[in-house]
Write a protein that binds this ligand. Structure first.
Ligand SMILES: [Zn+2]
Length: 504
């Protein structure tokens, strides 16, 4: 048997994050057949001259090829790459810029919808992070194909499912009727939904959570006050106050979603300090596999589990939206995420999810084959298990069949994906398996949303007052008494709050 996987040359944190996300075997071991590097040093060049294959991520490249999909929604910035052959060896050069978009967390407004049917106004990152991983996987596929081997990686969902489905409910306030209607709407999911509570409203009402807890759904934190700060001290206070309330209700809090889906490095630092299993913010990522956010000092230990960033109330921002159009939007998007093998995580609020009542959406999705359904927390726990280091080896027989074996035992819910051509995966179980494309199940994945799907950035200019407010991180939500002044800026903020008599 020969070792299969990726040799990581030197310290390459961005690349190891992507390799972990893809679920491929990698280590710092030059015997592994494909190398990834960020420098074309002497060792790397010698490896290529001896017929080796290298994927190099470099600051500048002279591209000779482009892939067909773009990193940004709504504009076509293609992923460039260059293929250089040296003897029988190969260097695939990727621009570092393409991969660095993975860290984007700019909150941009978008018009999202179905052409001529329904449009929503949505704040989210403009970067389609699933495509960064897809692009990287394509490069690795080319690299392994040069060695006449398939790309083998762990599949993204448990039990060979085509996708994972759930609904995330952000309860920004407590309203009995809205909560009852939402529980009724979500009934087909049983206990497999994930609720996140803004705790101010439920802090002094010990009984309001009982009916929700009785359904067995996941309950996580959506902060105490509905605001995401730009500093650690205020995020920490807000988050700790919420955790205290949830624990008082007997809830084991392991997950967090930020108010307004905002994300910043200070928030991530707070999330890590609280040792949450995962968080979910679509200003960092949406419609993508779980990922570990990149921080200036390295990779975060807490997972980011993306959802689809559109909720039903977002459609009210454009005039003349019919409920048929909105239902059609969800149907198209859900089917498309399923077809693309991406997580099908929808989201909404108790105030807007009941607008989908009567659409038959949940019943429809739940009837699709190869579907994994559980809470976001269960999926995140499964993903965490998937991130364990993997060792693979292979052996080629005389008839060109390739047999793979893993060292150690995998959990039975995990399976391998063998990519044979763009967007086609053949799933295989077990610690030992052969590469024979005739085996089922095979998924042919599509690269893009259908052409009727719209995701366009909208430029919204702020006036000077809003710009200053944004810079100061000023809000009217948190009373001065619960606001921490630890820096000059937060000190100014606290004085302003007192002047405005907030919370007095
Ligand atoms: Zn919210």
């Amino acid at each position: 048997m020969q070792p299969y996987g990726i040799h990581t040359v030197g310290d390459v944190p961005l690349l190891t994050d992507l390799l972990s996300e893809l679920g491929i075997a990698y280590a710092n071991q030059p015997v592994l057949p494909v190398w990834v590097t960020q420098t074309l040093n002497k060792d790397v060049m010698t490896h290529v001259q001896q017929g080796g294959v290298v994927v190099a991520v470099l600051p500048r490249i002279a591209p000779t090829h482009h892939t067909e999909y773009s990193v940004y929604h709504g504009s076509h910035v293609p992923f460039p790459y260059d293929i250089e052959r040296i003897g029988t060896g190969l260097i695939l050069k990727i621009s570092q810029e393409s991969l660095s978009y993975r860290a984007d967390h700019q909150r941009n407004w978008h018009k999202v919808g179905l052409q001529d049917r329904a449009y929503a106004l949505v704040p989210a990152t403009s970067v389609a992070k699933d495509r960064i991983l897809q692009f990287f996987a394509d490069m690795l596929r080319i690299a392994f194909a040069h060695l006449n081997l398939p790309l083998v990686h762990l599949w993204f969902f448990p039990h060979k499912a085509r996708t994972h489905f759930t609904i995330r409910v952000d309860a920004d306030w407590y309203d009995e009727q809205e909560w009852v209607s939402t529980r009724q709407f979500l009934a087909p999911l049983g206990s497999h939904a994930s609720w996140f509570l803004t705790c101010r409203d439920v802090a002094r009402q010990p009984d309001v959570l009982k009916p929700l807890i009785a359904t067995g759904v996941e309950i996580g934190s959506h902060s105490y006050y509905h605001y995401t700060f730009k500093d650690v001290a205020n995020n920490a206070t807000n988050i700790q106050m919420a955790d205290h309330v949830l624990r008082t209700h007997g809830i084991d809090v392991q997950s967090f979603v930020s108010p307004s889906a905002k994300w910043n490095p200070a928030l991530q630092q707070t999330i890590e300090q609280q040792t949450y299993l995962y968080s979910s913010e679509f200003n960092y990522a949406h419609d993508a596999y779980p990922l570990t956010p990149s921080l200036p000092r390295g990779t975060s230990a807490s997972l980011q589990v993306p959802v689809h960033p559109v909720c039903p109330i977002n459609f009210s921002k454009f005039p003349n939206q019919s409920s048929e159009g909105i239902h059609a939007y969800y149907r198209v998007v859900a089917r498309s995420l399923y077809d693309r093998g991406l997580p099908l995580h929808l989201y909404g609020h108790p105030s807007d999810l009941p607008l989908l009542e009567g659409s038959g959406l949940l019943e429809d999705i739940l009837s699709w084959p190869h579907l994994s359904v559980s809470t976001l927390r269960e999926y995140a726990s499964w993903w965490k298990m998937r991130l364990k280091p993997l060792t693979l080896s292979y052996e080629r027989s005389a008839d060109a069949t390739v047999r793979f074996a893993t060292e150690g035992s995998l959990d039975s819910s995990h399976s391998f994906a063998l990519s044979t051509k763009p967007y086609e995966v053949i799933l295989k179980d077990g610690s030992s398996f052969e590469w024979s494309p005739a085996s089922a199940p095979t998924y042919t994945l599509t690269a893009n949303f259908p052409s009727s799907f719209v995701f366009e950035p909208i430029h919204r200019s702020l006036n000077l007052r809003s710009k200053i407010g944004e810079w100061l991180d000023f809000e009217y939500i948190v009373p001065a008494a619960d606001y921490k002044a630890t820096t000059l800026k937060t000190g100014v903020n606290k004085i302003l709050k007192k002047i405005h008599r907030i919370g007095v």
